[in-house]
Write a protein that binds this ligand. Structure first.
Ligand SMILES: [Zn+2]
Length: 317
């Protein structure tokens, strides 16, 4: 479903940029980036990078194209041109979509202009960028920019054992994965979704579709049918009532009759109450969840710790 907010988002983008790390999956990234968390394309992010990070990312795309073939991997190139009058490095950044080369479309090669801050948007509204994550020693997984654990007193930078969360230099890791686990550097790549049951400690299990190849530390990113979203919504609201909405996130389904084909019309909202009162974060406290092409909703995205439930799980909802 196209997001019609694009021009407005681009205009507002600078106002709501946060510093974080992004990846496509853990074989491509993490890379330091600036991101407007509300600027989403089918749920994916549009990150901006410094020239140094572009070089890092560029090397990785070329390494992966060598490994998987240029038909499967777009490459990014930073072409150096000495220094400008202020002594800043001068460079041209190019994005090549090899699979489009020679086709009728003109979209095979793009020159990427830096924004006002000198940052380059790579794969914006095109690649499946998402926030990189770190796992606390207590087990909870959070987005990179959430530096304090929500579960214990530790922070991202005061972990007893940092080997698990350290920034892996992308060039240091050779992909040892099968073809099906390639990062989706092509806009038209499809997820191989399968049926599964998923749960969080206090939620579920619920029926969902997951991509088993996109697991991270056992976590999955499920998508749900609207009827299941209703069950999740009811449960989150029940829990919020008990907890006075503090530090609780709720899902809401607002019904709007049926569309021309007789399908139910609904808007799904995800409210992070802890941000609602926060001056800076309030603007992305409420997420409007767009369904994917199959009408499925990614509830909690990667921020919620969804696990696949064991096949013999009881009490299925
Ligand atoms: Zn913790």
């Amino acid at each position: 479903m196209p997001d019609t907010n694009e021009p407005q988002r681009l205009a507002d983008a600078k106002a709501c940029m946060i510093e974080t790390r992004v990846w496509i999956d853990d074989t491509f990234g993490p890379f330091d980036a600036k991101v407007d968390p509300t600027n989403r394309w089918n749920g994916w992010l549009s990150p901006f990078f410094t020239l140094d990070t572009v070089r890092e990312l560029s090397a990785r795309t070329q390494e992966m194209a060598d490994e998987f073939g240029h038909d499967a991997i777009d490459t990014v190139h930073a072409i150096d041109g000495g220094a400008d009058r202020e002594g800043e490095p001068r460079a041209v950044v190019v994005h090549i979509r090899w699979s489009h080369l020679g086709s009728e479309s003109e979209s095979s090669t793009s020159i990427i202009q830096p924004n006002d801050e000198g940052l380059y948007g790579i794969g914006c509204w095109e690649w499946t960028w998402h926030f990189a994550r770190w796992q606390c020693a207590c087990g909870l997984v959070m987005y990179w920019h959430v530096t304090d654990c929500r579960n214990c007193d530790l922070t991202r930078d005061t972990q007893p054992d940092k080997t698990d969360t350290a920034h892996k230099a992308p060039t240091a890791k050779k992909p040892t994965v099968p073809d099906t686990d390639q990062p989706q550097l092509l806009a038209d790549a499809e997820d191989p979704l399968i049926d599964a049951w998923v749960h969080i400690d206090t939620l579920g299990p619920y029926e969902a579709k997951i991509d088993r190849t996109k697991r991270w530390k056992g976590l999955v990113r499920p998508r749900f049918a609207l009827d299941t979203v209703r069950k999740i919504a009811a449960r989150t609201q029940e829990q919020a009532d008990k907890n006075n909405y503090e530090s609780v996130e709720t899902i809401h389904v607002i019904d709007g009759g049926t569309d021309r084909e007789g399908n139910p019309r609904a808007v799904v909202l995800h409210v992070r109450w802890v941000y609602v009162e926060d001056e800076e974060e309030a603007q992305y406290a409420t997420l409007v969840m767009q369904p994917d092409d199959e009408g499925l909703y990614s509830i909690g995205g990667e921020e919620w710790n969804w696990y696949e439930a064991a096949p013999d799980t009881d009490n299925r909802t």
